[in-house]
Design a protein around this ligand. Structure first.
Ligand SMILES: Cc1cc2nc3c(=O)[nH]c(=O)nc-3n(C[C@H](O)[C@H](O)[C@H](O)COP(=O)(O)OP(=O)(O)OC[C@H]3O[C@@H](n4cnc5c(N)ncnc54)[C@H](O)[C@@H]3O)c2cc1C
Length: 173
């Protein structure tokens, strides 16, 4: 059986699901492929014997980029995701006590690029957990979700010519 799609989005984490849902408002011929049984990637509720834990995004710095992404999500879902912007300076543990974090000083650690994201003193307080965004995006998504793992892309002239799924099936690009 042949299926034709206008778009195939590989990976149904928050990023892929967001893109696929936005595309599916234009055309329903969108397929979202994820190697796992569930979409949402890292952002999901995980059940432990001691209770549920919200895995994934908890801290969103109030940077222009983050706020622009959240506005895109808000427009797509038609809900207010950001409750408020809060000023909460980051803290550090030094000399046996917690203190306001000022800077890394003269010696920039090798993981600076990853850390600096979390040292922002303004953050977006959220109305809903990211796992709830995932559920709302799934409800809004008008395309098809398939549990398939993309194992190989064949690219020529900057275009995907074919895609190997689950190690065997070839899909014309
Ligand atoms: C414990 C934890 C806490 C975090 N805290 C924060 C935080 O406070 N603030 C913050 O900004 N970020 C945080 N993050 C990071 C944040 O969760 C990730 O940056 C974000 O979820 C990435 O989303 P994504 O959609 O890009 O990728 P993912 O969530 O990784 O999703 C990728 C999806 O693609 C699928 N996939 C991958 N390869 C293939 C393939 N070849 N074929 C088919 N499917 C494929 C995977 O199955 C997965 O579902 C945290 C992450 C963790 C784990």
């Amino acid at each position: 059986m042949t299926h034709e799609y206008d778009y195939a989005v590989i990976g149904g984490g928050l990023s892929g699901l967001l893109i696929a849902t936005a595309l599916s408002q234009e055309t329903e011929r969108v397929v979202l492929l994820d190697g796992q049984e569930h979409v949402g990637g890292f952002n999901r509720t995980i059940s432990f014997p001691t209770g549920n834990v919200e895995n994934g995004i908890r801290f969103v710095p109030a940077t222009d980029a983050a706020q622009s992404s959240l506005r895109f999500l808000e427009n797509l879902l038609g809900i207010q995701v950001v409750k408020s912007i809060q000023e909460i300076p980051p803290i550090t543990y030094e000399g046996g006590q917690l203190k306001t974090f000022l800077s890394f000083g003269d010696v920039t650690p090798p993981f600076f690029d990853e850390m600096v994201y979390f040292t922002n003193s303004t953050r977006c307080e959220l109305n809903l957990q990211p796992s709830a965004w995932v559920q709302l995006l799934i409800e809004k998504f008008r395309g098809q979700i398939m549990t398939l793992f993309a194992t190989r892309f064949q690219i020529a002239n900057n275009q995907v010519q074919s895609l190997t799924l689950n190690g065997s099936k070839n899909t014309a690009g």
